[in-house]
Design a protein around this ligand. Structure first.
Ligand code: SF4
Ligand code: SF4
Length: 243
């Protein structure tokens, strides 16, 4: 980062953007700390970032840098600041597709891992490596996956202790008898608290709001991530009620 500033590259790009020669500026990083510094320049429109459940839960390799919370904060910041994320390494180099190689010791599927990536705040696109037509066909097949096939909540069985209790927006706890979109509502809540001004607006546009929760406990019993959602609904109702 210091090299970028000292060499004048950042100033040069800034000038090109001002002239309209450069329309959008992006960067790629594996490191949340470096990514935060680049976001601080307020020059960036997009970020390529290595992201998958192993990296996010501190069970990856040398490219999975940063704590659970640092990585989460970075994605929320990107969403709040309108910086689109393009995901690298969604399958952890293929390791997550194999029970022998996966750090979780169980296999996840392409539809599950794509859905996981797309559910992260700020993510607009996912770029798996494609070695040939066979890989491409496997990815295209994922387009027809059912919601059950895309459900990645099995990851909840491999959480580090400090990640228990955080909603990952997987929607495994649906349906709610009151029609609350639990995962989506939690995403808007987290984003709004992180400074995303549009998130509160999105929340208000939901058909059913957190006040509708009757604390039946169905979602609590279904959540593999240990989220006490019936309590959280009261918190969400209070938060948006006070805005
Ligand atoms: S409460 Fe649990 S099951 Fe429901 S969306 Fe959040 S993480 Fe998934
Ligand atoms: S506790 Fe609330 S949010 Fe959860 S299923 Fe019951 S009514 Fe829906």
């Amino acid at each position: 980062m210091e090299d970028l500033v000292e060499s004048g590259v950042l100033d040069y790009i800034r000038a090109l953007k001002k002239k309209g020669t450069v329309r959008h500026i992006g960067f790629s990083s594996h490191n949340p700390e470096v990514a935060e510094m680049l976001l601080d320049t307020k020059l960036m429109d997009m970020m390529m970032f290595s992201l998958n459940p192993a990296y996010d839960l501190e069970k990856g390799d040398e490219l999975g840098i940063g704590t659970v919370s640092a990585r989460r904060r970075l994605l929320e910041r990107c969403q709040a600041e309108g910086v689109g994320i393009s995901v690298m390494k969604p399958f952890h180099g293929g390791k997550l597709l194999s029970s022998e190689m996966s750090p979780f010791r169980f296999q996840l599927t392409i539809p599950q891992l794509l859905q996981y990536a797309f559910d992260r705040p700020g993510v607009l696109t996912v770029l798996p490596g494609v070695r040939g037509l066979a890989d491409l066909n496997l990815l295209l097949d994922a387009l027809g996956a059912t919601p059950q096939e895309k459900d990645y909540s099995v990851i909840g069985s491999a959480l580090p202790e400090h990640a228990v209790g955080s909603c990952v927006y997987c929607a495994h706890c649906q349906p709610c008898s009151k029609g609350i979109q639990i995962g989506l509502m939690n995403k808007y809540y987290d984003l709004a608290r992180g400074g995303d001004v549009l998130a509160a607006d999105h929340y208000r546009k939901l058909e059913v709001h957190a006040e509708a929760c009757i604390r039946c406990g169905h979602c609590d019993s279904r959540c593999p991530f240990g989220v006490k959602q019936s309590q959280r609904m009261q918190e969400i109702a209070r938060y948006f009620g006070n805005l």
